[in-house]
Design a binder for this molecule. Sequence first.
Ligand code: AMP
Ligand code: MG
Length: 469
Amino acid sequence: MAITNIFADTLSSLGHAVKPSPLKDMQLAFFNQTLASDIGLMPSIGSKDKLLPWLLSPTTPFTKKAFAQKYGGHQFGQWNPELGDGRGVLLCEVADEKGAVTDLHLKGAGPTPYSRHADGRAVLRSTLREYIGSEALHHLGIPSSRSLAMFTSNDTVYREQAEDGAMMIRTAPSHIRFGHIEYFHYTQQKDKLDALFDFIFTHHFSECLTATNPHAALLKAIVLRTARLVSLWQTYGFVHGVMNTDNMSIHGLTFDYGPYAFMDTYQEDAVFNHSDYSGRYAFNQQPGIALWNLNALAHGFSTYCSVEEIKGALTLFEPTFIAHYQGLMVERMGLPTNDEGVALMQEFISIINSEQQDYTRIFRRLALAQHDLLPTNLRDDFVDRSRFDRWYQRYLKCVSPQDMLSLNPSLVPRTHVLEEAIANARQGNLDFAQALLDAVKTPFSTSWDDHAFSTPPTSTHKVSLSCSS
Ligand code: AMP
Ligand code: MG
């Protein structure tokens, strides 16, 4: 049997067994057949029609050992030990043919011991945003949790207003967050921390076991993965919105989607989370915050590693981030990875910043122009044409012919387009959401170049996203 409960069985003291509690009239809205096959789920469950019945009964392979994980986290810089799966449960793990293990986690599953008087639910709005957003990032080449299935319901969930309840099953290699390690370290539960690390080494980072100090190797691996992840966010203009350490995956993938957004107009200090008053998680703060979070995580390694080993791992962040970010940015512009390439890239950012250009669109148009696919003159996109001309002359001397379309997406899930999908879904119509979901799977296709999904919002559209999801 490819379905297991290894976390719940071997780490039963690191959380609580909790059965998911169904919503009224649940319906399967989306199912990711390709992902189900890739992770080895399809032969195990037989057909997608089993999915909902398997959630509704307490004794099925999905529910019999469902488990709410305990963790803590630094939220907006403050340590909070009171966290955990408050509205989600780990259903089980699935193994593929090669033995690679994937978690199935049900979000919006009802109250758990970590719900802190909240309802344990998720609303249609945020569930749809996460469902589409995580698939979009994956297909852009940005590591992310994935979306396996989404369920709608006729249940009402109360937030700032009455909303429809929904659930989704998401997948990730594991749901272990920085906050898991932090919690068992800060509460001085050394035996549980040992068991957690054993689990991580055995099932996810076995390559670290051959190192002189496996814990130091693990910390280094997490630092490198996180640096690469954030370099991709910065490259494509993604703002996570709530980079608390309980929302950071040890696997270095995008995790716990909340008030995230892709920037429309370029703004280096863009903030979309309306609860982020100080701009702690602004676009240009993300690399520094990732390092801050890694520093918080590193405390959890302090009984296993020397100060030198910890410093050695953390100091890898900045050069790794810069090398990856600059490498990705010059590559998407067809430029060489040298000083001139980097200078041209930085000048382009400066131009689009002062011109308030749409970030995704202008890079796509630069790429289309190099492929002779732009029907208009690129310089017409700019107000300060003499500045653009000066830059473009230098650029044309440096750019080398290569495939730029596959590095500059035509389509990212723009907030105003997601809002249209949500508005339709609230009326019971999922066709728009389905079309957007299909579209985000081919973000580099020319099909979207003149499509409404890729059109920037009108200038009056102010994006401010609620954290209450
Ligand atoms: P989030 O803001 O979704 O990252 O959640 C932060 C913490 O609050 C986690 O421990 C969540 O499980 C918990 N939480 C968020 N929303 C709810 C809810 N509606 N019911 C119970 N717990 C929640
Ligand atoms: Mg979270």
